[in-house]
Design a binder for this molecule. Structure first.
Ligand SMILES: [Zn+2]
Length: 105
């Protein structure tokens, strides 16, 4: 004997449990979360290493004059001037280096 729900005359609005599209809790963002954590950890290690390196070596070669301390003219290549960026010192502070460690007055 089949128990088929026969349509009755009166339409009853029973709140049927609609199939929700929510995923089961947990076990969802496992791989992505681990990779993101690894990237954050790598960035953290890089930042710490860079901070230590900047403390040890706060200067780098001036990129404007490429370590020559001079800027040559574009047209008259024999003309030159002192590099404005490094002031002829041929070096510049690395990004992140603060007050270059020492203040000589
Ligand atoms: Zn320079």
């Amino acid at each position: 004997m089949l128990l088929s729900p026969s349509p009755t005359g009166t339409l009853t609005l029973t709140p049927s449990p609609a199939p929700t599209l929510t995923p089961p809790p947990g076990h969802r963002d496992d791989g992505g979360g681990g990779l993101g954590l690894l990237l954050i950890l790598a960035a953290f290690v890089y930042v710490i290493g860079y901070a230590i390196s900047v403390q040890l070596h706060p200067l780098r070669t001036c990129r404007t004059c490429d370590g020559t301390g001079l800027n040559r003219g574009g047209i008259f290549t024999s003309s030159m001037r002192v590099c404005r960026r490094c002031g002829g010192t041929r070096r510049e502070p690395r990004p992140g280096a603060r007050n270059l460690g020492r203040r000589d007055r």
